[in-house]
Write a protein that binds this ligand. Structure first.
Ligand code: HEM
Length: 409
C-alpha cells in the first residue's frame, strides 16, 4: 500500500464530484493533489475548479469572470419570473456585476461599518450569558448551543429583529444558501422558494415599520442611506437584509466551530493560546485560514477564457477554492500545520477585491469574543472528534454538530 504522502502526490483518477463524501469530509487531500497535477480542473459537476493561490487571486481581479449567474443555473436571469430564488439573486450583492453592484455595495458596507462603530455590541457579554448554563452542564454542542445563538443574537440586534422571531429567521436563512450552489432537486428549489417568500415577507413588514418609526438599527440606517443621491430600492433593501442575516449567522457559527475544532485537535496550540491570550486575534485568523467555512466561491466566464492552459467556455462556472488557496505551500510555509502565531496573510477566506466580504471585521470580533469567553471560563475544553459529520454543501465547510466537554474554572 502507498504511504499518505505518496498517494497525495498522485493525480485524481476521475473528475472530482464536489459532493463526494470523501471530499466533503476532507477536501484538503484532494486540493493538494489538484494543486500539484491539475490546478485548473474540470469537475464532474460541470464547473471548473481553481486550486492555486496565484490563479485564484488573479481570477478575483479578472473582468472576464463575472458574478451574474450562469444561464444554465436555476437562479439565471431567465428564471426571474418563475422562481423566487432567481428573483432574489438579481438583487443581492454576490450575483451583481459592475455597474449594478457598485452603489448597493457602497451603501451596505458603509452602513454596516457605521453601525458597528456607533452602536458597538457587548459581544463578550452575550457570549458569557450563553455559556453560563452550558458550563453548569459541562458540555455543549458548540454550534447549536453557542455559535448559532450567539451569531443570531448579534444579527437580530443589529437588524432590529425581535427575539421571539429568531427561530423563524434561522429556518428561513437555512434555505438561503441554496442560492450559492447547484440546487440539487426541484423539490429543494420549491422549498427554497417558499422559505424565501416568507423571509422576504418578514423583512418587507419590518422595513415598513422602520419607515414609520426609525430605530438605531441597520434597517433604519439603510432606509435613509444614500450614495450620490440615490437610495436602495425596497426590493434591494429586503433581499440584502436576508443576505446579511444569513451570512451573519450560518457562516459565523460554522467559523467558530471550525476554529474550536482546530484548537481541540491541537491541544498544544490551545495551551499556547491560554498561556498567551494576546495571540487570540491571530489564532482566530489562523483557524479561519486552516479550515474556512467558505471553501468555494463561484464566478462565471463571460467569454471563452484561457486559464492555466485550459480553455474555459463562455457561461461555464469557475469555482475558486479559497480553502485550497489558504493551504498553498507556495504562499504559506508548512500550510497543513495549525500554528496560532503564523503570519496568516494573504488569507483568502473572505475573498479579495470588489466582492470581498463586508462582514469580515464583525466575524473577527465575534469569533475572538466567542473563543476568549470559552477559554476564560474553563480550565480545559475537550472536543469530541469521533463521528464528526460535515454537511454536504457545495462551497461551504459546515459541521452538523460539534460536541465539546467543558471543565469550568
Ligand atoms: C466566518 C464568516 C464569514 C466568511 C468566511 C465569509 C466569507 C465571504 C466570502 C468568501 C465572500 C465572497 C467574496 C467573493 O465572492 O469575492 C463573502 C461575501 C459577503 N459577505 Fe461574508 N463571510 C462571513 C461572514 C459574513 C458576515 C458576518 C456578514 C455580514 C453580516 C457577511 C456579509 C457578506 C456580504 C454582504 C457579501 C457579499 C459582498 C459582495 O458581493 O460585494 N459575511 N463573504
Amino acid at each position: 500500500m502507498r504511504g499518505r504522502s505518496e498517494a497525495d502526490a498522485l493525480p485524481l483518477e476521475a473528475p472530482l464530484d464536489l459532493l463526494d463524501p470523501s471530499f466533503v469530509c476532507d477536501p484538503y487531500t484532494i486540493y493538494r493533489r489538484l494543486r500539484t497535477h491539475d490546478p485548473v480542473h474540470r469537475s464532474r459537476n460541470g464547473g471548473w475548479i481553481l486550486t492555486r493561490h496565484r490563479d485564484i487571486v488573479s481570477a478575483l481581479g479578472d473582468p472576464s469572470l463575472g458574478n451574474a449567474p450562469s444561464r444554465y443555473s436555476v437562479v439565471a436571469p431567465r428564471n426571474r419570473g418563475r422562481y423566487v430564488c432567481a428573483n432574489v439573486a438579481q438583487n443581492i450583492l454576490p450575483f451583481l456585476d459592475k455597474p449594478e453592484h457598485v452603489r448597493p455595495r457602497r451603501i451596505l458596507s458603509r452602513v454596516l461599518s457605521t453601525h458597528m462603530k456607533d452602536n458597538p455590541l457587548d459581544i463578550a457579554q452575550i457570549a458569557r450569558q450563553l455559556l453560563d448554563p452550558q458550563l453548569a452542564r459541562r458540555q455543549m454542542d458548540a454550534i447549536a448551543d453557542f455559535g448559532t445563538p450567539l451569531s443570531a443574537e448579534v444579527m437580530c440586534r443589529m437588524l432590529g429583529i425581535p427575539a421571539p422571531d429568531r427561530d423563524r429567521m434561522l429556518e428561513y436563512s437555512h434555505y438561503f444558501f441554496f442560492l450559492f450552489a447547484p440546487i440539487p432537486s426541484d423539490q429543494i428549489r420549491q422549498k427554497a422558494d417558499e422559505a424565501l417568500t416568507a423571509f422576504r415577507g418578514y423583512f418587507a413588514d419590518l422595513v415598513q415599520e422602520r419607515r414609520r418609526k426609525p430605530q438605531a438599527d441597520l434597517i433604519s440606517l439603510l432606509l435613509s442611506a444614500e450614495d450620490e443621491g440615490e437610495r436602495l430600492s425596497d426590493c434591494q433593501l429586503v433581499d440584502n437584509c436576508m443576505l446579511l442575516f444569513s451570512d451573519g449567522v450560518e457562516n459565523v457559527d460554522a467559523g467558530i466551530a471550525n476554529i474550536l475544532l482546530a484548537l481541540g485537535r491541537h491541544p498544544a496550540e490551545m495551551k499556547r493560546l491560554r498561556d498567551a491570550p494576546e495571540l487570540i486575534a491571530n489564532a482566530v485568523a489562523e483557524g479561519l485560514r486552516y479550515d474556512s467555512p467558505a471553501q468555494l466561491i463561484a464566478r462565471v466566464a463571460r467569454d471563452d477564457v484561457e486559464i492555466g492552459g485550459q480553455t474555459i467556455k463562455r457561461d461555464s462556472t469557475v469555482f475558486l477554492a479559497l480553502g485550497s488557496a489558504n493551504r498553498d505551500p507556495a504562499v504559506f510555509a508548512d500550510p497543513d500545520r495549525f500554528n496560532i502565531s503564523r503570519n496568516t496573510s494573504p488569507l483568502l477566506s473572505f475573498g479579495k477585491g470588489g466582492h470581498s466580504c463586508i462582514g469580515a471585521s464583525l466575524v473577527r470580533s465575534q469569533s475572538v469574543e466567542a473563543v476568549r469567553s470559552l477559554l476564560q471560563t474553563t480550565t480545559v475544553v475537550e472536543v469530541d472528534q469521533d463521528g464528526l459529520e460535515w454537511l454536504p454543501r457545495v462551497g461551504h465547510r459546515w459541521l452538523k454538530t460539534l460536541p465539546i466537554r467543558l471543565f469550568p474554572s
